[in-house]
Ligand binder design. Structure first.
Ligand SMILES: NC(=O)c1ccc[n+]([C@@H]2O[C@H](COP(=O)([O-])OP(=O)(O)OC[C@H]3O[C@@H](n4cnc5c(N)ncnc54)[C@H](O)[C@@H]3O)[C@@H](O)[C@H]2O)c1
Length: 325
């Protein structure tokens, strides 16, 4: 029975893909060290607790399952942390990937769906950002995604290992039934932080900069629902399974919302006041990050179904109000 190895499948984005893989009759196997993830979030398939740095354990997983493809989500994901401790990011994100690719080669697994990020673009020189936009990451986190994409091209050329690299914009939302959702410590993403203020777990929402060259002065981002990310991963797996070539694709909606628009939307959905306080801009926050989303639609026939601001906020709020982990 062909299995899809999901590294980081107990994390926020990966856990939604694991559940969707199960729903589609596929066989996910989650490999996660639970450094950031949650065992309760893995709702389908087998779970193995392990660290990618432990190549023996990883090799054992490959040896004892018939693995058809890998979806690689496991990563350190904090931009600020990557600036403070770049070595951690090169070790964890690049070093562990090398171990994973080594196992894949040894066991002749030649399909990989990789979680990349819009951080590979750095400060955009044009909006919307298409896949041809220059790559110039401005932090070690984004650099690791950039290096990995370059490595994958060589693994494809030299070893026939095909990949789809999905450059996500801002992942958000939760499962429709409120069973799984975002739970990070510390929480750095805007939507959960807004909702934690709505639940009065935090006093005020900090807004970093309201003097950007945007209509209301706050930063604009492209928000993509985790369920849409999950369906894109399945479409990418299908693409590779049909023998198609490697691809690098943006994953966003092409619509941008400002911080204030998201706050106003959240106040509407929750019926709560969301007090905020404006602080100076943070270094490295571009005014706008919005993608050109045409390529993924054209190639994979994928389109977002859950990424309206309403659905994003409603599902995230349902999750926040009944959090299980
Ligand atoms: N969340 C976003 O907005 C976003 C945006 C762009 C890209 N991404 C990428 O998507 C992927 C998933 O992001 P997320 O938000 O779900 O992060 P997450 O931290 O919730 O999930 C990552 C998972 O990987 C696991 N993990 C980390 N290091 C590991 C290791 N050495 N061995 C085994 N497991 C390990 C963690 O325990 C966690 O469960 C990451 O690669 C991230 O860079 C996320």
């Amino acid at each position: 029975m062909a299995t899809i190895l999901v590294t980081g499948g107990a994390g926020y984005v990966g856990s939604h893909a694991v559940r969707e893989l199960g729903r589609q009759g596929l066989h996910p196997l989650t490999f996660d060290n639970l450094s950031e993830g949650h065992r309760e979030a893995v709702l389908s398939g087998k779970f193995v607790q392990g660290d990618l740095a432990d190549e023996t354990a990883l090799d054992q997983v490959f040896a004892s399952h018939s693995i058809d493809a890998v979806m690689h989500y496991a990563s350190r994901c904090y931009v600020g942390e990557s600036m403070e401790d770049p070595q951690l990011y090169y070790e964890q994100n690049l070093g562990n990937l090398l171990a994973l690719l080594g196992c894949m080669r040894r066991h002749q697994v030649r399909k990989l769906v990789f979680s990349s990020s819009c951080a590979v673009y750095g400060d955009p020189t044009r909006i919307p950002i298409d896949e041809e936009h220059p790559l110039d990451p401005v932090n070690p986190y984004g650099e690791t995604k950039y290096f990995i994409e370059r490595m994958l091209r060589h693994y494809d050329r030299a070893y026939g290992m095909r990949f789809v690299s999905l450059r996500y914009f801002n992942a958000c939302g939760a499962s429709l039934d409120g069973r799984i959702g975002e739970s990070h410590q510390p929480e750095t993403h805007l939507i959960p932080r807004i909702l934690q203020v709505a639940r009065q777990e935090e006093g005020q929402l900090p807004i970093y900069g309201d003097d950007y060259p945007t209509p209301d002065g706050t930063c604009i981002r492209d928000y993509i629902h985790v369920l849409d990310l999950a369906s894109a991963h399945l479409a990418a797996y299908k693409w590779l399974s049909e023998g198609n070539p490697s691809q690098v694709l943006n994953l966003g909606t092409g619509d941008g919302y400002s911080v204030r628009q998201v706050i106003d939307g959240a106040a509407r959905i929750t019926g709560r006041k969301i007090p905020s306080q404006v602080f100076p801009r943070r270094a490295g926050d571009p005014p706008q990050l919005v993608c050109a989303a045409g390529k993924v639609r054209r190639l994979l026939g994928w389109a977002p179904r859950h990424s309206s601001l309403e659905i994003i906020l409603e599902t995230a709020w349902k999750w926040e109000c009944g959090r299980r982990y």
